[in-house]
Design a protein around this ligand. Structure first.
Ligand code: NCD
Length: 325
C-alpha cells in the first residue's frame, strides 16, 4: 500500500482504466471511449436482471457530495451496490462531517481514503476534483466540479447518442441553456471533440455564451462550434438537441438567474418547426421548465433513457477502475 500523502499524476487513460482518476474527458481518446462502451452491455444485463454481482464485493466506495444531487448520487450509489461494493454516502459534508469543524478538503479526502477504495466527489468549485485526486493514492471520480465539467455525465451522454445513432462522428448537436455555467455541456463538447467532424450549435442568451477561455480551449480541439442566440437559427438537420436548465446556483443572486430562466423552452411547436424525425432530445436533468412535459410522450424524447444509462456507464467505470480485466 502506498502512503496516504503520495501524489499521483492525472494520467491519460490509454486503454487502461485501472487505478486511474476520472477528472475530465481530456484524459480520454476515442478508443478509450469505445473500449468503455464495449463493456457497458454486460453491466446493463446485471442491472436489468437484478443479478447479484460480486464484481466489487469487498470494496467500499465513498460518495462525497458538497452539492445537491439526485441522479448522479443515486446512480453512483446504485452502481456500487449492484456490483457488490459497500458505500460511505456523505451528502452535504459541510453539515454532517468534520468539514463543519473546519477540516480541509485534503484532510477530508485522506480520511475517507483510509476507509474506502475510491472516492466520488461533487464540489462547488472548478478544480476541486483534481485537488482531491492530488491528496490521495486511491482513484477519485469527478461527479461535477462547479461549472467546469461533469465527465461521467459526458460519458453517459455520448453512450446514449452512440446507442441510437451508432456512431459518434459526423454529428450535428444543438446544446441549449446556460452554456457559460453548464458543466454537462462543457463535458459534452469535450467528448464530441474526440471524434471527427462534429459540429455543435450553442444556443443561449448572449450573456450566457461560453467564456472566451472555454471557447478558445474547446474550439482548438477540432469540433466546430457555432454560437446562436435565437431559436430561429436552430438547424433542421441536427441529430441531437441537448437542453439544460439555467444553473441558478452559479449566479450572484436569484433575481439575476431569473432573467434568463426558460428563454428557450422545448415545446411540441418548436419540435414541429425545427426537429427532424430522427432527432434525439436529451437533457441531463433536473428539468425545471426547459422542456415542456407534453414532449415526454414523443418517441424522440431520450432523457429518461439517458438517466438510466447513467447507472450502466457508472457500473462499467467502477469495474474498469477498481478491477483489472
Ligand atoms: C447536472 C449537473 O449537476 O451537473 N445534472 C446531473 O448531474 N445529471 C446538470 C444540472 O444540474 O443541470
Amino acid at each position: 500500500m502506498k502512503g496516504f500523502c503520495d501524489m499521483k499524476e492525472i494520467t491519460q487513460i490509454k486503454g487502461d482504466f485501472f487505478g486511474k482518476d476520472i477528472i475530465t474527458l481530456d484524459q480520454f481518446s476515442s478508443s478509450d471511449i469505445q473500449f468503455l462502451f464495449h463493456h457497458v452491455g454486460q453491466y446493463q444485463e446485471i442491472a436489468d436482471t437484478n443479478t447479484l454481482s460480486k464484481t466489487l464485493a469487498g470494496y467500499i466506495i465513498t460518495l462525497l457530495f458538497y452539492e445537491p444531487s439526485s441522479r448522479t448520487f443515486g446512480s453512483f450509489c446504485s452502481a456500487a451496490q449492484r456490483l457488490g461494493a459497500g458505500i460511505i454516502p456523505v451528502q452535504n459534508p459541510q453539515a454532517v462531517s468534520s468539514v463543519s469543524k473546519g477540516e480541509s478538503l485534503e484532510d477530508t479526502i485522506r480520511t475517507f481514503a483510509s476507509y474506502s477504495d475510491a472516492i466520488v466527489i461533487r464540489s462547488k468549485e472548478a478544480g476541486t476534483a483534481q485537488k482531491a485526486a492530488d491528496a490521495t493514492y486511491i482513484p477519485v471520480l469527478n461527479a461535477g466540479d462547479g461549472g467546469a465539467s461533469n465527465p461521467t455525465q459526458g460519458l453517459l451522454d455520448l453512450y446514449t447518442i452512440y446507442q441510437s445513432v451508432k456512431r459518434l462522428d459526423n454529428l450535428t448537436v444543438v446544446a441549449t441553456g446556460d452554456i457559460l455555467h453548464s458543466r454537462t455541456i462543457h463535458s459534452l463538447i469535450q467528448g464530441l471533440s474526440l471524434f471527427a467532424k462534429n459540429t455543435i450549435y450553442l444556443l443561449s442568451p448572449k450573456e450566457l455564451r461560453l467564456s472566451k477561455e472555454d471557447y478558445k480551449k474547446f474550439s482548438g480541439n477540432g469540433i466546430v462550434i457555432k454560437e446562436i442566440f435565437d431559436a430561429d437559427q436552430i438547424p433542421t438537420h441536427a441529430h441531437v438537441w441537448y437542453w439544460n436548465r439555467i444553473q441558478k446556483e452559479r449566479f450572484a443572486t436569484q433575481k439575476e438567474a431569473e432573467k434568463y430562466t426558460n428563454r428557450f423552452v422545448l415545446t411540441k411547436e418548436l419540435l414541429h418547426k425545427y426537429g427532424n424525425k430522427n432527432l434525439m432530445i436529451m437533457d441531463p436533468l433536473p428539468r425545471v421548465g426547459e422542456i415542456d412535459e407534453a414532449v415526454d410522450q414523443d418517441p424522440r424524447a431520450y432523457y429518461f433513457k439517458q438517466m438510466r444509462n447513467g447507472l450502466y456507464v457508472r457500473m462499467t467505470l467502477f469495474s474498469l477502475i477498481l478491477k483489472r480485466l
